[in-house]
Design a protein around this ligand. Sequence first.
Ligand code: HPA
Length: 271
Amino acid sequence: MIEAIATYIQNKLKNLHPQTLIILGSGLGALGEEIENPVYIDYKGIPSWPQSTVSGHKGRLIGGFLEGKEVLCMQGRLHLYEGHAPESIKMIMAVFKTLGIKNMIVTNAAGSLKETLSPGSLMLITDHINLSGRNPLVGINDEKFGPRFPVMGEAYDKIFQNKIRQIAQQEKIPLHEGTYLMVLGPNFETAAEIKAFQILGADAVGMSTVPEVLSAVWCGIKILGISVITNYGTGMIKEFHGHKETLEQADKAAGNLSKLVRQFVKELQNG
Ligand code: HPA
């Protein structure tokens, strides 16, 4: 099945052979519009592809050029809270690997767990905590793609981290760093949960990214992760937050994020 899906996508991409995958999170789809000579591949048309259902998420792949480099973009990702089977995410990552993807830039919208990490800021993900209770790697392991027991000691590529720090400095874009904690969702957290996550040592909380990262590490794709902080965690301030605020703040930070990502792609050796 993986081969068949990869063949379908490659036929649509024609002679494009991107080595870099960009996953755009909630409200961050704008970068997808900046891709040149785009080829759009709707999830709807891809055989056996899980369909995304959240508002603000378009469900398609975009192949094309960013800063002269070939890229493949997921505009609209799969969230486990939509009811997708976790192993669907492993499956699509195996498809990307089969297509020749070597690098993944994963973005998301996240809630802050730290006073100094205010809405509208960007956070380089240096590590994660998986509190989703789910894992895409559960089930039969296909050794062709990766090991039964993948190690996560350096899930987020150290060289990529240094590169993006450098770029942020050059571009004068403030870039925070920290640990991303994944919950399953779909509800936003209680104040007690936010306190608990702070005690655990996390800096931001969200409902995505970890399944893609686990799957990408498993099959040997290198990862850069960036969160757009859209709100403070429940109880940290008096204001209510919800999906609308998430989208508004994501919009604000999207410009800076797209600058960072463009420059990163431009400087990629392998891609
Ligand atoms: N919690 C979980 N997921 C999120 C949040 C949050 O506060 N903000 C954006 N995604």
